[in-house]
Design a protein around this ligand. Structure first.
Ligand code: URA
Length: 214
C-alpha cells in the first residue's frame, strides 16, 4: 500500500486489484462483468481493510493434537453500505466475512440547499463496540461519505474505516478534514472531478453500471 502526497488514504495497489479495476473502467464492459469484477475487487479490499483485526486464541483439537489457535476477537464487525452503490461493494466483503453485521444508510442531496438528507438508516445494535467499515464505491466530492460517517458517529459508532473503489483528490481532502480519525482505503485516486461531480477518468456512474439502469 502507498500513501500519496498530502492525502491520507491507503491505496490497495495489489496487481489483481489494479487489473480488475482497469477492466471495470472500460465503457464497453457489460453489467454482469462489471458486477462480477466489483465483487472480486471488494473481497480483496476487505482483505486489506481487515488486516489489523485483533486476534485471541482458543483451544482446539486437530486430528493429531490439541493446540491454542488464533481466532478473531471481539464483537462481529459491521459493514455499512451507503445506498445504493455501496451494496455493490458489500457482496464480496460478505463472501470473506460471512458473519459480519450489515447496516444501510440512505442519503440524498437536497437540490436547493445541497445538504445531505437522510431517507434511510438501519444499523445493528451496539455500534460502539464494533469496528464499522463504511462502503461506497466512489468518493467524489466526499459530501455523502462525510455525512454518512457523521450519522454513524452520532448513532454511537466509535471505530470506523471507509472503503471506496475510486477517489478524487478533492473528496479525500474534504474527508480527511472532516474525519481525521477515520482511515480511508481505495484502489485508486484519480485526477479530478468534472463540473457534474463525476470522477475523471473514473468509471462513470457506479450505481448505473452495477444495476444497468442507464
Ligand atoms: N458517483 C459515481 O457513481 N461516479 C462518479 O464519478 C462520482 C460519483
Amino acid at each position: 500500500m502507498t500513501d500519496i502526497q498530502d492525502l491520507r488514504i491507503k491505496i490497495v495497489d495489489h496487481p489483481l486489484v489494479q487489473h480488475k479495476l482497469t477492466l471495470m473502467r472500460r465503457k464497453e464492459e457489460s453489467t454482469s462483468k462489471f458486477r462480477q469484477l466489483l465483487r472480486e475487487i471488494s473481497l480483496l479490499l476487505a482483505y486489506e481493510v481487515t488486516r489489523d483485526l485483533p486476534l485471541a486464541t482458543r483451544e482446539i483439537e486437530t486430528p493429531l493434537a490439541a493446540m491454542e489457535a488464533p481466532v478473531l476477537a471481539g464483537k462481529k464487525l459491521c459493514f455499512v453500505s451507503v445506498l445504493r452503490a455501496g451494496n455493490g461493494l458489500l457482496d464480496g466483503m460478505l463472501d470473506l466475512l460471512p458473519s459480519a453485521r450489515v447496516g444501510h444508510v440512505g442519503l440524498y442531496r437536497d437540490p436547493e440547499t445541497l445538504i445531505a438528507v437522510e431517507y434511510y438508516y438501519k444499523v445493528p445494535q451496539d455500534m460502539g463496540d464494533r469496528l464499522t467499515i463504511v462502503v461506497d464505491p466512489m468518493l467524489a466530492t466526499g459530501n455523502s461519505a462525510i455525512a454518512a460517517v457523521q450519522r454513524l458517529k452520532d448513532g454511537g459508532a466509535r471505530r470506523l474505516k471507509f472503503v471506496c473503489l475510486l477517489a478524487a483528490p478533492e473528496g479525500v481532502r474534504a474527508f480527511n478534514e472532516a474525519h481525521p480519525d477515520v482511515e480511508l482505503y481505495t484502489a485508486a485516486v484519480d485526477q479530478c472531478l468534472d463540473e457534474h461531480g463525476y470522477i475523471v477518468p473514473g468509471l462513470g456512474d457506479a450505481g448505473d453500471r452495477i444495476y444497468g439502469t442507464k
